[in-house]
Design a binder for this molecule. Structure first.
Ligand code: PEP
Ligand code: MN
Length: 279
């Protein structure tokens, strides 16, 4: 890809990003939590549960880019304060979305990782602003975007001086309607060929179905992803956002138990680029 200067793979070396003690690009990292922060009770309950089940980081949106302007838009600053409390109680670093370039600097005071959602992947002013931030950025793939378009968006962030970009394959729009999107698992080895940046999988927004999430997370490990981001809610029926796709803490814990033996089995196999994602 001729336009890539900083995102392109030049050597076999893979970028490892340290997020408050968690290395992304080395071990398979699990980021879990609700779609949105709804209340202190909801977030703290879920945070404790995902921590107990072995999650490495906590997710939760305080700003929600919703299809309808009448849907819950997130708690904003109040949500960020709740995330900070959950971090204090559990020690889990926080991943949270930023949707407006004007918010980047103060959201970064609460976030360990700034998430750019699929709808904003090509919001170039937002990309430039997170590129100036010192926080790692989780860049979700646009639902209609090619790998080349996606990597060029990573290049926007890198070229502003922020070297810490984590790519996230979250499913693309196809003609299929049974699943919410189509999870492009081939994006993982393809990105590994093209770039040194770590890549994780989102089995939640790609499938939109609780019943498919555990299988796709196993596939994420097997295909060499560096981790995954998954939605968990202490009571999915009451979730204000993405209720149909949230795992209960119990289902999340079962999934984590199924992932462990697969991870250790794959650790002992040689992989294409050194230790990519298979520790
Ligand atoms: C989310 O992570 O809750 C989210 C809105 O994701 P996406 O941008 O992939 O739809
Ligand atoms: Mn969601």
């Amino acid at each position: 890809m001729k336009n890539l200067k900083l995102a392109a793979r030049e050597t076999e070396k893979c970028t490892v990003i340290n997020v408050s003690g968690v290395d992304i690009g080395r071990d398979f990292v699990v980021i879990a939590g609700p779609c949105s922060v709804e209340s202190e009770k909801q977030l703290l309950n879920t945070a404790q549960a995902v921590k107990a089940a072995g999650a490495d980081m906590l997710r939760g949106g305080a700003f929600k880019p919703r299809t309808s302007p009448y849907s819950f838009q997130g708690l904003g600053l109040q949500g960020l304060k709740i995330l900070a409390k959950a971090k204090k109680e559990t020690g889990l670093p926080i991943v949270t979305e930023v949707v407006d370039p004007r918010d980047v600097s103060w959201v970064a005071e609460f976030a360990d990782v700034l998430q750019i959602g699929t709808r904003n992947m090509q919001n170039f002013s937002l990309l430039k602003e997170v590129g100036k931030s010192e926080r790692p950025v989780l860049l979700k793939r646009g639902m209609h975007s090619t790998l080349e378009e996606w990597l060029n968006c990573a290049e926007y962030i890198l070229s502003e001086g922020n070297p810490d970009v984590i790519l996230c394959e979250r499913g693309i729009r196809t003609f299929e309607t049974y699943t919410r999107n189509t999870l492009d698992l081939s994006a993982v080895p393809a990105i590994k060929e093209l770039s040194h940046l770590p890549i994780i999988i989102d089995p939640t927004h790609s499938t939109g179905r609780v019943s498919l999430i555990a299988s796709m997370s196993m596939a994420a490990v097997a295909v060499g992803a560096d981790g995954m981001i998954v939605e968990v809610h202490h009571n999915p029926e009451e979730a204000l956002c993405d209720a149909d796709q949230a795992l209960t803490p119990e289902k999340f814990s079962n999934m984590m138990q199924r992932l462990r033996p697969l991870k250790s089995f794959l650790n002992n196999l040689p992989s294409a680029y050194g230790k990519i994602g298979l520790k």
